[in-house]
Design a protein around this ligand. Structure first.
Ligand code: HEM
Length: 267
């Protein structure tokens, strides 16, 4: 015999919902705080529908065999964010003046500013970390064949990101404006000048003239802290959009494994 569903409760036995302003009588401050958070998020979401975009970006399927090597892209991104945050604090004290100001302001940051040496160290070592990570990430995508269809455009964006990362490292090297920074930059720009076709124009652009002059330092500073970080941030956005849209590549051995399975079933 099929069991009949229980009849609904008569209305007087049901607990009525609380009247507006009455609450449910049990909520403590913690519950109130949670509700406030949810209300704010709901309020924003009702007006923007951003939760859909966040779900699309973050709740994705990842291929079988995804491993630690897939974290190198995010690690590079966090190295970049570290550069942005520490760079902002350094910019509060740095002065791009060639006649002693730049060198003196860096000395001041290192020796006088509260946590200055720490923040400068984070920025200096962070730059090397970012360069190493970007190469490791590129190696991962290359060896896993992630540059192939349909991800060619993401590879090309990656190449531009790699060049921009190198530009950041090169332009940042001049900023302490000590002897090493000056001469290393002179050598670097001269090497640029020997490049075919655009080489001489590039070195004239970097110097802001035909040789190192009073405007060179501020030019490097503008490239280092405005132009290139802006471009990198925009390109990381495009890069991540494509990663979310196309998904990540399965490791090559995973594909091999699948091919064997296919062959076996076909046989
Ligand atoms: C600032 C530099 C970069 C950042 C922040 C960055 C970030 C990321 C992130 C977070 C991912 C997804 C997770 C992963 O696969 O690791 C990714 C994927 C990818 N990146 Fe980068 N990336 C950068 C530079 C590069 C470079 C230099 C290349 C190659 C020239 C590149 C090519 C790719 C490709 C092809 C994918 C797709 C991987 C797949 O489908 O499995 N990226 N990137």
């Amino acid at each position: 015999m099929p069991k009949l569903p229980a009849p609904p409760l008569p209305a007087p036995l049901k607990t009525p919902p609380p009247l507006p302003g009455q609450g449910n009588g049990e909520a403590g401050p913690l519950e109130d705080a949670k509700q406030a958070g949810i209300t704010v998020v709901d309020w924003v979401d009702e007006r923007t529908s951003l939760s859909g975009a966040a779900r699309w970006l973050m709740f994705r399927k990842v291929p079988k065999g995804t491993n630690w090597f897939y974290t190198l892209g995010s690690a590079t991104m966090f190295a970049f964010l570290n550069q942005v945050v520490t760079g902002v604090f350094l910019a509060m004290y740095y002065r791009p003046e060639p006649a002693g100001g730049a060198y003196e302001s860096v000395r001041y940051i290192t020796n006088e500013v509260f946590l200055g040496q720490f923040v400068r160290g984070m920025h200096k070592w962070g730059s090397s970390v970012m360069v190493v990570l970007v190469f490791l990430h590129m190696g991962r995508t290359f060896f896993f064949g992630a540059y192939k269809y349909p991800r060619e455009l993401n590879w090309v964006i990656g190449v531009v990101l790699l060049i921009l990362t190198m530009v950041m490292a090169f332009t940042g090297y001049l900023l302490p404006f000590d002897q090493r920074a000056f001469w290393a930059t002179t050598v670097g720009v001269n090497i640029n000048g020997t490049g075919p076709l655009i080489g001489p124009y590039l070195s004239d652009f970097l110097y802001g003239g035909t040789e190192f002059n009073a405007t060179t330092l501020s030019r490097f500073y503008a490239i280092h802290m405005l132009i290139v970080p802006g471009l990198i941030a925009a390109l990381i956005g495009a890069h991540l959009y494509l990663v979310a849209k196309l998904g990540t590549t399965a490791p090559p051995w995973q594909k091999l494994h699948k091919r064997h399975e296919l062959i076996e079933t076909e046989v």
